[in-house]
Design a binder for this molecule. Structure first.
Ligand code: MG
Length: 433
């Protein structure tokens, strides 16, 4: 049974992700791990899932240390002292969702092979309940947030700028406001009280959900607006004029500071060619969509930077876990030198069109096969995730959604992006035969 997606186990509580499932994940994990640190975002169902996971882990003989409510990057950083880390979060998904994400001591999420091992133990009911006197211990630790904060402070500068911070009532509220103040910033918080109902906004930090942040940055004359998702592995920004900065722009800004000539940068296949144009001396490597695939490829390639335009930024000198809190500290450092609107103003702007076509899951493979045949001769083809064709003046990506019965089309071009998009759309529609 496929339990893990690109972001671990994820779904609606008590429907897809149940106490029974959490117990089994704990029992399966406890078979091979002797110690685990466990944490959760503030979703109201977090503690319920945590207790089930803990019961499974200790019944298999694994010692568990509870780190409480914290962000995913804080938990990933804390994992360095244990055999593994367990984070209960559904990231940017709405409040009724939950999830379980597993971490290695080096801050890398469990890869596909590790996840398949857990799945196979669960499928086969291959659990090992230890003797009564070998059951694992349950203790707590209270220094995970302090340790993570100190690590970031060692790697960040100081600034007195005025920053508006919107944590979306998620786990970011446990660390980012305090970190930025310790850096010297004047911090004005929005939605930074923890509330697992996520009453203020949808946790995904996209332009649609950050209207309040954009307004407040402008009205209070701040230099920067920062927003997190529910577990703060993501971070997005608003410039001093109150305009949302796109993920492609932010990726180019970070990458240009992390890279030297010849550096490798890893991005998913749907990343804008802004990044290629802004970094002519770097080698841009494209992977499947999903921050864990970006991190795995970065490790393989020894890349200097990687990220996803959805707001995940990976700085390998501190961790292979996307760290929205460190990214917040970095953007403060960068904006100190020059206003954000000037930095984005230097970047090229290419029109991009995105859309979807309904397609039942069993049909996806056939359609994609036909699309590949037709698109293939048109340019440079990559089939890492869907079919991406690069042409002289742009690129088009046709990709089956992993979570919905749809095929996604993305087109970007220096000119006539409509023509390119329509060509791809017609091609997909024709493939239904
Ligand atoms: Mg997240």
């Amino acid at each position: 049974m496929k339990l893990f997606g690109s972001s671990g186990v994820r779904g609606v509580v008590n429907r897809d992700v149940t106490v029974d499932l959490a117990l089994k994940v704990g029992m399966a994990l406890g078979r091979s791990k002797k110690s685990a640190v466990i944490g959760r975002d503030p979703r109201i169902t977090g503690e319920m899932i945590e207790h089930a996971l803990i019961s499974g882990l200790v019944s298999s003989g694994c010692d568990v240390v509870r780190a409480g409510i914290l962000t995913t990057p804080t938990l990933a950083y804390a994992s360095r002292g244990y055999d593994c880390g367990v984070m209960i979060t559904a990231s940017h998904n709405p409040a009724e969702y939950t999830g379980i994400k597993l971490w290695n001591p080096d801050g890398m999420a469990f890869d596909s092979k590790q996840q398949e091992e857990i799945e196979s133990i669960i499928d086969n009911g291959d659990f090992v309940a230890v003797k009564w006197d070998k059951v694992g211990s349950i203790t707590s630790c209270y220094n995970a947030v302090r340790d993570h904060t100190d690590m970031i402070l060692r790697n960040a500068g100081r600034s007195s700028m005025r920053v508006v911070l919107d944590c979306g009532c998620g786990a970011g509220g446990t660390i980012t406001p305090f970190l930025l103040r310790e850096m010297g910033c004047e911090v004005i918080t929005l939605n930074s009280q923890l509330d697992g109902h996520f009453p203020a906004r949808n946790p995904e930090p996209n332009e649609k959900n950050l209207g309040m942040l954009m307004k407040v940055v402008k009205e209070l004359d701040a230099s920067l607006g920062i927003a997190h998702d529910g577990d703060a592995d993501r971070m997005m920004v608003v410039d001093e004029k109150g305009s949302f900065v796109t993920g492609d722009e932010l990726l180019a800004i970070f990458a240009s500071r992390e890279c030297r000539s010849g550096s490798k940068i890893v991005v998913p296949v749907d990343t804008s060619m802004i990044v290629d144009d802004a970094l002519p001396d770097a080698r841009i490597i494209r992977t499947r969509v999903g921050d864990v695939y970006v991190a795995e490829e970065m490790k393989r390639q020894r890349a200097d930077f990687g990220g996803e335009p959805s707001g995940s930024w990976i700085f390998p000198r501190i961790s292979y876990c996307p760290d929205g809190i460190y990214a917040a500290a970095r953007i403060v450092d960068i904006v100190k030198e020059r206003p954000l609107s000037e930095l984005t103003g230097d970047l090229p702007c290419y029109p991009t069109l995105r859309g979807t076509i309904a397609c039942d899951d069993p049909l996806k493979e056939k359609i994609m096969g036909a699309v590949k045949q037709k698109l293939g001769p048109m340019g440079n083809v990559s089939d890492i995730d869907g079919i991406r064709v690069e042409m002289d003046d742009g690129w088009v990506l046709v990709r089956p959604s992993g979570t919905e019965p749809r095929i996604r089309i993305t087109a970007q071009a220096r000119e006539n992006v409509e023509g390119l998009y329509e060509m791809a759309e017609t091609l997909v529609k024709e493939s239904f035969g």
